[in-house]
Design a protein around this ligand. Sequence first.
Ligand code: PBG
Length: 325
Amino acid sequence: MNSLHFDRHRRLRQTANLRAMVRETHLHVEDLIYPIFVVEGKETKQEVRSMPGVYQLSLDHLNDEIAEVVELGIKSVIVFGVPAEKDEVGSQAYCEHGIVQQAIRQIKAHYPELVVIADTCLCEYTSHGHCGVIENEQVVNDPSLELLVKTAVSQAKAGADIIAPSNMMDGFVAAIRQGLDEAGFTHVPIMSYAVKYASAFYGPFRDAADSAPQFGDRKTYQMDPANRLEAFREAESDVREGADFLMVKPALAYLDIIRDMKNHFHLPIVAYNVSGEYSMVKAAAQNGWINEKEIVMEMLIGMKRAGADLILTYFAKDVARWLNE
Ligand code: PBG
């Protein structure tokens, strides 16, 4: 009869239930980490100009925000601080009463089970906006490490469950691991922003965190987007130095790197779906050009498929709602 032989892939796509049965990748609410910006000073809830739906919150508004996050089933938040005062050496990053330390204490007092991640960097706290110490207009590595260790230890003292260093200084995992251990925090894991590219996708974040560099750029410490082998070198040293999670950042334009990291390392891989990736979707959705929900779910499932175990995303609350529908 029919002499034509070919595969019938469509057999497994006939109904929604059948498609659900053969689906290879899943997104769960447990995969999500929600970023929060806490601003020091008087009562405020200010929407970030370039990030609709994302707010700078004073401590007064923090509990309501966390209540919503917990109610949605999200297990983890990462806290970024916007201090009232900045200086050359970012002292508010490691001040015992710094805004992030206060926020962490407050969250843990009310929601002890929520996993609170502290972003460990200096750029939000330095007057020049760089992630380390400046000498002769250069970001110097080793003096920066000392301040990063102080920052991490103060965050752990405040109750942070995970320390997430994002500064891209060499040796930051080794230094922070040693500092945490010496201060009695051997049990606190390090989520290393191991593979962090110098990316234009961070633009809106720098509005949210008020952390744009005041001169130059971050290309002497963040990676060149053209490089792949360098990602292995970065991740290898962080694994050797004691990292517990490896992060790739940004996510969308770096799905190949996420896959590489998943294939070669045996730590949980975190994808950071960064601010620019968020704002592009929001802007197009506000223009009615795309279906926001479908686009976001497709982006996030793409990151999971690429190998991400966890996704840090400004869409976390929306996604949790959609998953619960
Ligand atoms: C800080 C830091 C940055 C982001 C998180 N922590 C960016 C930067 O280098 O300015 C960006 C996150 C985002 O764009 O969502 N060192």
